[in-house]
Design a binder for this molecule. Sequence first.
Ligand code: PEP
Length: 252
Amino acid sequence: MRPKIVAGNWKMNLTFEKADQLLFEIGELIEEKKTKGVEIIICPPSPYLELATDFAQDFEIKVGAQNVSQYEDGAYTGEISAAMLSSIDIDFSIVGHSERRKYFAETNASLAAKVDRLLEYGIQPIFCIGEQLEERESNKHFEVVKSQLVEGIFHLSQSEFSNIVIAYEPVWAIGTGKTASPEQAQEMHAFIRQLIIDQYGEEQAHETSILYGGSCNAKNAKELFAQADVDGGLIGGASLKAEEFMAIANSF
Ligand code: PEP
């Protein structure tokens, strides 16, 4: 059975002290509520990755990076390689978040290379896809999501693909307070799962976790996670508050 996952994307927020405090509060809530059967992934800014991996030795969480270089190593100032992430025991990395596609000109081709680098080092990509508002309004959302999948990850062999987590994040819902309705999320998640069936077969599709992201919070998570093809969430703003984040993790 595919894992249920709630991943927190802290983006470029928090000082070291505040990050430490947030991890501490999350730890207390994990102890108290004994969240069962949900994989909790924390994706802090890179300078705090080791802080989070230290914390992961005592609490049931996994740690993810927010980005990785498409290059192996060498003269790429400011970049962080998959080998570096692997050397500090990072389990996951977000790839292709819409903010990176928008502000850092990441393309499906460069994202495919990032996915390859991560898999070479045994790190699971959380591969983000999702349409812009104009694309949904002009009824192109299915086409856009399909091409992101085909160009970004469908070159993988089935055994490589079995390490992928997909996050469907409609761009119009990210950080806007405008969540996709449970029906809209389910419709797209079912479409994505069907594409995986066509490419890799029923069994693989059944084992692939597809997360929803976009203004997910403690109030709307239950209904979203109740949808047959929604296997959890990638949470931005609401992951910066321990109570809210853990309430989301307890929404299955
Ligand atoms: C995100 O950054 O992946 C995200 C879903 O953000 P938010 O929850 O703030 O919309």
